[in-house]
Design a protein around this ligand. Structure first.
Ligand SMILES: [Zn+2]
Ligand SMILES: [Zn+2]
Length: 134
């Protein structure tokens, strides 16, 4: 029989855990639940109030306004979308989608997975152009 005691590292913001310290340190820096994160996709550094500002923008100018503010970054977009939906539900839990504001319908319909795929597709294409000149 072998017995092994391992040290586990837990993200201070979400449920993720791991045995490699440096991996979890890096995860915490970009964790979607860290309000002071550095975005893992567009590298934007969040400060106090960043998410609240993005939520305001989404509610006042819709998905188009939000997306132009975050330079089309899917990760920053989905954070604002989720925070806005949560804030709205906390306040008005029983509102029907048909009676909800325009931004809400856009937010509910936001396709994060597809958007993320498209983003990486473009990043890879840009890098291929840099490395191989095509
Ligand atoms: Zn986390
Ligand atoms: Zn971002």
């Amino acid at each position: 029989m072998r017995e092994r005691v391992v040290t586990m590292y837990y993200c201070g913001f979400c449920k993720k855990k791991g045995q490699r310290r440096h991996v979890m340190v890096r995860h915490e820096q970009t964790c979607m639940r860290n309000p002071l994160r550095q975005c893992g996709m567009c590298k934007a550094q969040y400060v106090e109030g960043t998410i609240a500002k993005l939520v305001d923008l989404l509610m006042s100018e819709g998905l188009v306004g939000l997306r132009s503010a975050v330079d089309d970054c899917p990760s920053c977009t989905v954070i604002a979308v989720n925070a806005a939906l949560k804030a709205f539900h906390d306040k008005e839990p029983l509102v029907a989608v048909s009676e909800s504001p325009a931004w809400y319908k856009e937010a509910v319909g936001y396709d994060y997975a597809g958007d993320k795929q498209q983003w990486w597709h473009e990043v890879n294409r840009e890098q291929a152009a840099v490395y191989y000149g095509c």
